[in-house]
Structures are given as structure tokens and as C-alpha cells.
Design a protein around this ligand. Sequence first.
Ligand code: PMT
Length: 398
Amino acid sequence: MIKDNHILLGVTGGIAAYKSVELLRLLKKAGADVHVVMTEAARHFVGRTTFEVLSENPVITDLWKDTGSSVAHIDVASLADGAVIAPATANCIAKLAQGLADDALTTTFLAVTSPILVCPSMNTDMYQNLRVQRNLDLLEQDGLHILDPDEGVLACKTVGAGRLPEPWFILDRITAMLNPKDLKGKRLLISAGPTREAIDPVRYISNHSSGRMGYAVAAAAEKRGGEVTLVSGPVDLAPPPGVGLISVETCDQMARAMLDELPRADIIIKVAAVADYRPVHQEELKIKKTVGQTQMTLSMTENTDILKKIGELKTDQQFLVGFAAETHDLEVHARMKMEKKNLDMIVANMVGGEDSGFQSRTNKVKIFSKDGNFRDVPLMEKTKVADIVLDTILGHLG
Ligand code: PMT
């Protein structure tokens, strides 16, 4: 959503202005054309030359001096596909809320018609002040997007809310803001990652799932306006912004979480790699190595097939998608799973290779639908596969 878009970056006078340099760099790296407008106060923190060099565009700081054109601020405002103010001071927020236009930044932003993301950053007491909160509410009512500040130690040594979120996170929120909201009003229940089945207090049975594929689907669905609940096994990934996360470990816990959430879901996508069996007994104490014993047998019992259970319970209004991880006969096994588990669609991928399936950043999938439709998706980033999976679901929902 960022590539080839024109983004207007507003910078106001807060200590966090240094982070907007990194935000600009990330926007450029993502392929955006960025125009920067700064307040006079922002120039006390970061020089305009830095923004000018990195953006490769003239920076507007003064309506009368900078640009050679008396309407340059209107030009950049009209050009913008999206706009962001990071950091946004209390003063700037108050002026925006009142529609004031007494400097280059507020005048320019008053002329912006594309979506605007405002990132407040200030001392905690200032941020929590009723007048600031009231102004933020007004901006939200006017349709501007507000990014809550992070909590932590601030420049003034206060600990609390007021830190500007990290630039990568702001970039993620700009992307979300610009994404078409074709999943608006839909509630998605998504599972991701592996499950772990304990053998004893220190050992477990699991698999290689990193959670990447499932997290990519959850993140993409949220950016497209869906209300997403992600039930996740243990992974090393940060939860996607805006997604409700339920962390679980075992198949039993995942089953309980999924079945609890099921009645509220419109679309269910089961990306998780669930252990089909678990040890019959979970030993309370660590199993010790016995001298002379060269083999040991572990008795296993079948786990609940969560997807199959959901397939039995789902209503006609719910759309159910499974994933199939195969090492051979991909199509045959995938179609069998779709049939047996009463799925509307199945996304099949080969596992065991380097660039698709478990762990990799990329995947190559075949999508089969109950109505006979088939889509062959070549190797690409899991984030892109996620969008294609969602496109295909929406295609079916009409
Ligand atoms: O997490 P990554 O490293 O990014 O890897 C992604 C992935 C390879 C895990 C993913 O793309 C994938 O293929 N997920 C499905 C893994 C799997 O368990 O496949 P399966 O063919 O064994 O199961 C079929 C379906 O039944 C799956 O939707 C699974 O969630 C579900 N299932 C399986 C067993 C069980 N007890 N309960 C289930 O719900």
C-alpha cells in the first residue's frame, strides 16, 4: 500500500522528532514519495536538510519563504494518498481539532483530503490532560486516525504513556490506514503456530511451525478491516497490531479457545500445525536416563481434531478454511481433508523444503475450494500468500 504512494509527513516540535527521520527512511524504502512539512519548533530538534536529503523533495517550513510557489502546501496536500503527523504535540493537536491554520503544517493539513494518522507524543500528564484527550476525541470523530502513544520512560524522566511508537510500527499503521477495508464488518478466527504436548516437565512433542504463515494471515486481515482473533501456539513473533491474541500451548487448550470463540466468527482459518497425538501420561518428574536402556517406547493417544470438530459445528453463514501440510501427493491429501473435515476451502503446501512450508518467509500453495475452484499460487512472501488467501475467501463470499 505504500509503494508508489505520495505520503505527507508532518513533524512537530517534540523530542521524538528524531524518530520521524527513521520513519521517513522506512517510507522511502517501502517505495513512497514523501513530502515533509515541519513546524518552526520541530526545527529545534531536527534540521530541515536531513529531511530534504532523505525525502529528495523540498521541505515546507514556512508558507512564505521555502518553496518558490505560494501554493506548494496545497499541491503537496492534494497530492497526498495518505498523511501522518509524527510526533504530534499537544499544541498541534489542539490546532487541528479547532481547524486553525496559523503555520505551514496546520495550513497544509487543513487542505489534506486523504486519510490522516496523528501520532501524539508528549509528557504523560500533558497527554492525559482532559483538554488534550478532548481534542483527540474531536479528531477521531472527524475521521482522523489516532495512534496511541507507547508507555515507558520519557525524555522528562516521567514513566507513563507518551512515547512515540517505533517507526516500523507507525509505518505498519499507515499501511493499515491506506489498505482497502474489504473485510470490514467480518470477524475472523485464525489459529497459528505449533502446539506442544508435554512428555515430562522438560520435554515435549511439537513441530517446526514458526507461526509466520498464520500471523501473516491475521495481520493482513486486520489491515483489511477485519476484526481478528488469533489463537496462537508458542512462537517467537510479536502479535500483529490490532489483533486480539489468545496464547495457548497444547491442542486441548487450542481446541477450547477456538470452540469458545467459534460462535462469534464469520470466517475461520486454521493455519496452526496441531499435534495429532499426545503422550498418554505426562510424567510429573523428569524421566531419567537408565543405564543399559537403549530404547524407550512412548505411548500416545489421539488429540482432538479441532478443524474437524469446527466442520461439524459450523453454521451455513460461517466460512471454514483449513491448511494442509504435506510431503507428498499434495492434491489428493488436501482434497481428502477438505471433504472429511467439511471445509469450504483448503490451502495446501508442501513441507520439508527450504523456501516453502515451515519456517520460511516464503510459501507456495495450492488453494482448493468445495465448489471445485482451484488456484495455483507460485512462490512468494507469506505476507502476499496471506492476501491471496483472503482474496479467494472474499471471492467466495461474493
Ligand atoms: O508456521 P510456519 O512456519 O509459517 O509454517 C506454516 C505451516 C506449514 C504450518 C502452514 O502453512 C500449514 O500448512 N499449516 C497446517 C499444518 C497442519 O497441521 O496440517 P495438517 O495437514 O496436519 O492438518 C490439516 C488441518 O487440520 C490444519 O488446518 C490443522 O490446523 C488442522 N488440525 C490438524 C490436527 C488437529 N488435531 N487439529 C486440527 O485442527
